[in-house]
Write a protein that binds this ligand. Sequence first.
Ligand code: PEP
Ligand code: MG
Length: 756
Amino acid sequence: MLEQLRQVTQAVSFADGQQQKLDVIVAEICRALDVEVCSVYIADYQLHQFVLMATRGLNPESVGQVKLGFNEGLVGLIGQREEPIHVQQASQHPAYRHIPEIREDEFNAFLGVPIIHQRKVLGVLVIQQKAPRQFELDEETFLITLAAQLSTILSSSEINEWFEQPPNEYFARIVRGVPASAGVAIGKARVLFPLENIHSIPDRQTDDIEGELTKLGAAVKATHRQLEKMSRRMQGRVSEQELALFDAYQQILGSKGLAVEVEEVIRKGFWAATALRKVVQKHLNAFKLMQDPYLRERANDIEDLANRVLAQLLSSPHGRQKIEPGTIVVAENITAAMLADLPANDIVGIVSLKGSSTSHAAILAKALGVPAIMGLEACPITRMDSKQLIVDGYNGQLFVSPNQTLVNQYQVLLDEERQFAQELSQDQHLPNATRDGMKVNLMINSSLGTDSSRARQTGADGIGLYRTEIPFMQLDQFPSEDVQACIYRDLLQEFEGLPVTIRTLDIGGDKQLSYFPIEEENPFLGWRGVRVTLDHPEIFLVQLRAIFKASEGCEGFKLALPMVTTLEELNESYRLINQAFDEVEEELAAIGKRVTKPQVGLILEVPATLFQLKSFAKRVDFISVGTNDLIQYLMAVDRNNLRVKNLYSHFQPAILRVLKQIAHECEHAQIPLQICGEMAADPLASLLLVGMGYNELSMNIGSLAKVKRAISRFELSEMQQLVAEIEAFETEAKVRDHLLKTMEKRGLGGLVRAGN
Ligand code: PEP
Ligand code: MG
């Protein structure tokens, strides 16, 4: 059963275009379940009807013609109830509707299941059989399982269809995702893809057809040579039969094989790698539809061969194109490390299929001030290369090949945004304070060399969080003590006179070092932060020594420890901090220099620490709440998992209660309290935080002016009142709604949405 399921979904995913996918579905299901009829009805939400879009066994001419209202027939009933319906004699069911043109009179047994994606019915899958009979339970579960798997493929192929159509003045192609970095961008897409996977190659066109043909020729030759070498190496080690595989590869590739077809596609104006993908996918589709398991397996050979040619193609210096100014980068999964590597000044927008608002790539995008959308699960990025895009980072909407009217509208928003930023910059000289003058420290979260003059201009009170792992990600080995000392010295000198909090290495989770991969089933519940550095004192001590050396002559910097869970970890961290400090102090004293011991703080992000807060508070100098992780652990929601993204919100009543409790306990313990998670960057949330007693908020530089404006327009007592008001709300939506209304009433709506 599992193998049949795999075969069907694989065949469907390789089919090109919505119609072909549907045709493959019905054919494959008839084959797998040995039934006489299989049909797919697709929901049309504009006309509130199901349309028969593919069938095996019924009248093929009725495809596209037969339509059933959402309340009509057995199909309508399945859609309404969102559950399977199974009958022995369909015509005797009260909901049955007779439609002569589909010619189903002779089919009695009927089983239909809904195809649902993210709570929305996309269609209905039906099987029918002449003999009045009960379908077996495992046939029903097979169909339900298949429908659940097909829903993702179908929902993305719906979007795929738009790319087939020419741009339309009245029809905007919108792909929805998660707003990851606020702002609006209009630009040209550049798809970043993994080099080793033929299926990830984007559609890219070229004017240089001769150049692409030459590249292909060279890549094919190199692959031939590689295969010959492999074949020679294997001689005597494997059987003749297995050696024959290399000959088969050579033939497929040979002068009349794959290469010729790829050349033809290149001549139509495609990049060599794109042409290769198109040809190979065509063959794979054919192979994967074959009944013979041996022949189906040959699909893997073709794929392997294609990846070899691809590797040769992309290894040439012109294999990948450069990022040009004004680019919107698009990728399956943009990581913080990838972003750190790109030319930041040339990128105006970021689109990533995976990730969410608090994934570290999103945090970096915010730090760079680049609008970003993440989590667009169903988006065919291979078709987006070179297309014009609009990134609406406020609403998480991506517009592909937008019409001119839309471009003009967004251009207006962009202009308004710039104007608004300019207007906000007029507050720069004002103190960071509430309307009644209570000082609130507004700090910056930094990592990629925050421009200190810009930071000073915005009126930042210092660096509240410096993420040391980001420079580690840009390198290909652990940086030495000297290299690190240079990085930290630059930071401390740039912000001289202002407080700076340096967080020790926080790798793990979605922050990976290419040279120190951590592979785990559950990375966010695994080896992260101090859990790694305490297990590797040699790495931790080098970092601590570098920080202390860099701090020579600087006062007022602090050290923060990530992912501390127990007091033992804290004690052990102190032991290593003291050891490194003593060593550096002694070394520097020998040359007449001195260092000052920094304050040490806890990043409060593991819920367990909440229950020992008093004990932690006795041992550290300050507490900085890392809401990004605290929320994921309190709500049991992976901060990068889109399926559960609706649960991940700092306005969840439970989260607000916890934050209030922390503020209360820290006040009682008289310990300085800061917040450094993304929540602090949300102007709406900042009102609540200040009202709860957080008087130091650390955020990305791009949000500071907005947060400053928000808190400067409310008196402390009003923010406290707001905290009291939202306590009555039991749902996230009500809290958010109340805050939005409060903001709009003050004329501050522009702080949390696009445009005036
Ligand atoms: C946090 O968890 O809130 C935090 C600031 O750290 P990071 O986002 O780097 O995990
Ligand atoms: Mg964290």
